[in-house]
Design a protein around this ligand. Sequence first.
Ligand code: PLP
Length: 399
Amino acid sequence: MGTADVIAMTEKYQMANYARFPVVFVRGEGARLFDAEGREYLDFLGGIAVALLGHTHPEVTRAVTVQARNLLHVSNLFHVPVQAEVGRLLSESTIGGKVFFCNSGTEANEAAIKLTRKWFADRGKEGVHEFVVLEGSFHGRTYGGLSATGQPRLHKGFEPMLPGFVTVPFGDIVALENALTDRTCAFLVEPIQGESGVRMHPPGYLKEAERLCRQNGILLVVDEIQTGLGRTGAMLASERFGLLPDIVTLAKGLANGLPLGAVVAREEVAAAFGTGSHGSTFGGNPVCCAAARVVLETLRSQGFLDEVCRKGELLKNGLSELAERRTDVRKVRGLGLMLAMEMEVETKEIAEQCLRNGLIVNATSGTVLRFLPPLTVNNAEIRHALDLLWASLPAGGRK
Ligand code: PLP
């Protein structure tokens, strides 16, 4: 099937909910992708922060193949060695405590919402069920995740949202404090807002929010679905901001492209999910866990996260130098290999031009270009991406 046939078939038989680029990918290797016509691209989006170790990482491929030969699925009515090991690795690498496995980010947030409410209900506090969330947040597309998402444009047409979510302005600690009532069970927050354009909280905001949670006896639930697992140069972005969450949600790169999500909760909170309280048929699937074991062992290997920090600096400095030679860049921001360049102009066409030039980046929030390359990207690829980006930006914005 040629490119045009694939696109025509997709459009004929699949719902039109995605705005897809007219490119058909058939192969990937590290930070590179190859289309059906044999063209090579540098992937600085990584399947939206998923390909942590790059495409077709040999050890991931090997682990998945071996597991697929042995066992694909048995359900969570039984034990599986690789799932047990990934649970241990996740607990030890994040906040300690216990893990619940699911299949995606939005499911991880659903589980975190249920776990939080159950924790209070177990203490006879059914009335304590309200989540405070932030404007511009993104927590997923199912009703719980979507109700928690502080972006009314995403709610449109799907109302009514679930009750029990209160949205406060971004970066305003007084608004957060004022929103906490005797009905509040948790503050749910992304350490850096990913989908809204790599938005960083004001310095000190998260730490102060954590203090307010402790003071008011409510849980701090941190959505690390995009920021977690090495993306910002630490296992969790929470570490970079000095936070110790009660609950963390993870997904995206956990299994390097296979569907796996997880909730990690500190021991006492995790106990609220007693037998039969929550579940998932596929959650913690053995093949996905085989990939996750390689991901977590690699992230934990000596010097890996330091390298992410160093490469993040290289890319950020490169973007800042490029910005100095232009009149249309407002700001370069982000942490580790989660970076963005905010422009004065719409970025959709720039991302399209990048793609034509062989560089995959993401246009988000109208005027933001977002960069989420594999954590294994190398120096030469970073420099090449910067050259391709420069060549793709409109000539009118050069100084
Ligand atoms: N939370 C955050 C911070 C995300 O960035 C995303 C996806 O972009 C989600 C939740 C939802 O994840 P999923 O698409 O796997 O359901």
